[in-house]
Design a protein around this ligand. Structure first.
Ligand SMILES: NC(=O)c1ccc[n+]([C@@H]2O[C@H](COP(=O)([O-])OP(=O)(O)OC[C@H]3O[C@@H](n4cnc5c(N)ncnc54)[C@H](OP(=O)(O)O)[C@@H]3O)[C@@H](O)[C@H]2O)c1
Length: 342
């Protein structure tokens, strides 16, 4: 798989992204068909993350399990779930069945889940982590993320609200306190890497400067309408992989899959708009997570190929629409998850 500058020099990889410090490389496949197998090495933590990952934020449990199995079967080797999605059990069941089939092993798949806002107090981190592992039926994680930088009132209610409907935050814990508890999980060998989600550059800097184990991954909304170039640049310079969620715009309006720049490139290169958006994301150096409960789209989303340079330039320069679809970064309340019924 694709690793490091020397691999690139030896094998003549077609494109590399070099930071000022020269510590982070995003390398791309020599053959167009290899783009889907791109991996980014971790500089903070051990292992490497497949660029093309499958997210499991799917409300229906049966659909979650079926989609996860379908994703593994078509070739996805990175899965993302979260305590908050309530899909860990179904993802665990899907993995168990697929691994039981004997063709794919646990160690072939990169599995990530996330600590929810109500478990930020250090004493709650390990029990939450163990509970996630239990549901996933795993004995280690490849990546554990702090789902948002917002601490909510600790307890079993995931969306704690006061009588006026306002979120009840927890002022007794800092993000760094929570980070230190995640560092212990790595030191104990329970997870290979840790990271942050739904954060901006300033929050990442604060953790990078204070951390013993720096974030391996920063997981944020990003797509052609929200490229997050500044954050991506910061991540590259600090050896952090930026992982994009909602790379297809989460089926929301304005529909980026109908963007004229993207549709024109798609018809020119003989790919679908979704495949163009995903290829763009990988080629500019981000890992990404796409999601579908539809088998044909799951297969379509894995079938990406390298875009030519001129298409990359058109994507970077020709798309002017700017849109954030998920307001989770502002409050910690996840925009794509239906509000709980009382
Ligand atoms: N940390 C966070 O706060 C956070 C927030 C959101 C998401 N995430 C993670 O990121 C993952 C991906 O996010 P996302 O669900 O927003 O991703 P997305 O891939 O941008 O959007 C998924 C939506 O696009 C549709 N779709 C998928 N493939 C398509 C295709 N080829 N053509 C047309 N439409 C297509 C799906 O419809 P169908 O299912 O009907 O096919 C679904 O409605 C989530 O599952 C989750 O793991 C994290």
């Amino acid at each position: 798989m694709l690793r490091g500058k020397f691999w690139a020099q030896k094998h003549g990889a077609v494109r590399g992204i070099d930071s000022a410090e020269g510590i982070f490389y995003a390398l791309f496949a020599m053959e167009p068909d290899d783009l889907r197998y791109t991996k980014f090495d971790f500089h903070n933590g051990s292992g490497a993350i497949p660029a093309l990952g499958f997210g499991t934020l799917i409300p229906d449990p049966v659909a979650t399990k079926n989609a996860t199995k379908a994703a593994l079967e078509v070739g996805f080797r990175a899965l993302d779930t979260a305590e908050r999605y309530r899909t860990e059990h179904e993802v665990g069941e899907a993995m168990k069945e697929v691994f039981g089939g004997g063709k794919i092993r646990r160690e072939d798949v990169f599995v990530a889940t996330k600590l929810w806002n109500t478990n930020h107090r250090p004493g709650r981190v390990k029990p939450a982590f163990e509970e996630s592992l239990r549901k996933l039926q795993l004995d280690y994680l490849d990546l554990y993320l702090i789902h948002t930088p917002f601490a909510f009132q600790p307890g079993d209610v995931q969306d704690p609200r006061d009588a006026a409907g306002n979120v009840i935050y927890d002022k007794e814990v800092t993000l760094l306190d929570t980070w230190r508890a995640l560092e212990k999980l790595v030191e104990e060998g329970r997870c290979k890497a840790i990271g942050l989600s739904d954060v901006g550059v300033e929050t990442v800097k604060g953790i990078v400067e204070a951390a013993t184990i720096k974030p391996a991954v920063v997981h944020v909304e990003s797509h052609p309408y929200l490229p997050e170039w500044e954050l991506l640049d910061y991540c590259r310079k600090n050896g952090i992989v930026m992982q994009a969620f909602a790379p297809l715009g989460h089926n929301s309006e304005p529909n980026l899959l109908a963007d004229p720049v993207i549709t024109a490139i798609a018809s020119r290169v003989g790919k679908t708009p979704a495949q163009v958006a995903l290829a763009w994301g990988i080629q500019r150096g981000t890992a990404l997570l796409t999601t579908s409960k539809t088998p044909s789209r799951i297969a379509e989303n894995f079938d990406v190929s390298t875009l030519p340079e001129d298409a990359m330039r058109e994507m970077n320069e020709g798309i002017k629409t700017r849109m954030r679809f998920n307001a989770v970064v502002k409050t910690g309340v996840p925009g794509f998850i239906p509000r709980e019924k009382k």
